[in-house]
Every structure is written in structure tokens, then in C-alpha cells.
Design a protein around this ligand. Structure first.
Ligand code: HEM
Length: 87
């Protein structure tokens, strides 16, 4: 199954390519589903929350600084390069 595509299914999500942390309902499957759902999802969410809060506190004027280059993985989407200005 291609999780990256499923999480951007326009039949499931309005405006699926927009990052919306407040999306509700948000029936994504980034951590899988059912009996084999990710056992570390709460740790991963906590780490992400701490990392984002610390990053934004340290670099409040952070901004994108160039063209993003997507990675080639189908299962987990991401970026090879995401230039940013953090001054
Ligand atoms: C952003 C971070 C993470 C993502 C996106 C993620 C994603 C996933 C996904 C999609 C699955 C299901 C795979 C499947 O259906 O076969 C999974 C399973 C699993 N994950 Fe994660 N994971 C993350 C972090 C973690 C962390 C931090 C841990 C442990 C500390 C962890 C431990 C596990 C384990 C043990 C399973 C297997 C569960 C089972 O088969 O019963 N994951 N993860």
C-alpha cells in the first residue's frame, strides 16, 4: 500500500496537498492502522511537538529560501532538499 498517496487522497481530504495541522476529521494512515498500527506513534508525536516548538522558538523568522526538492520514496513522502533562511 502507498501510504504517501493515501494520505493525499482528494476523496478523503479537502485540499489534500495543503499542510493543515488542525484538519478535522483527519483520517490519515501515516502510522498505519489496526492491530499493527505504529507502536511508537505517541513517542513520535511527542518528539515532533518538542522539535517544532524548539525550532520555532529558536528561529522565529524562519522562512523558505529556495526550491524544495522532493525525495523519491513512495511509502514515506519527504524532501531531499528544503532550503530555509533561519537568520
Ligand atoms: C514519524 C515517525 C514514525 C512513523 C511515520 C511511523 C510509521 C509507522 C507505520 C506506517 C507503521 C505500520 C507498518 C505496517 O503497517 O506494516 C509502523 C509500525 C511500527 N512502528 Fe512506527 N513510525 C514512526 C515512529 C516510530 C517510533 C519512534 C517507534 C518506536 C520507538 C516505532 C515503532 C514501530 C513498531 C514497533 C511498529 C510495528 C507495530 C506492529 O507491527 O505491531 N515507530 N510505524
Amino acid at each position: 500500500m502507498c501510504i504517501g498517496a493515501a494520505n493525499r487522497d482528494p476523496a478523503q481530504f479537502a485540499d489534500p496537498d495543503r499542510l493543515d495541522l488542525t484538519r478535522d476529521p483527519n483520517r490519515h494512515i501515516a502510522f498505519g492502522s489496526g492491530i499493527h498500527a505504529c507502536a511508537g506513534m505517541n513517542l513520535a508525536r511527542l518528539e515532533a511537538r518538542v522539535a517544532l516548538i524548539r525550532f520555532l522558538a529558536r528561529f522565529p523568522s524562519y522562512a523558505l529560501g529556495g526550491d524544495a526538492v522532493r525525495g523519491g520514496r513512495a511509502r514515506f513522502r519527504g524532501f531531499l532538499h528544503l532550503p530555509a533562511r533561519v537568520a
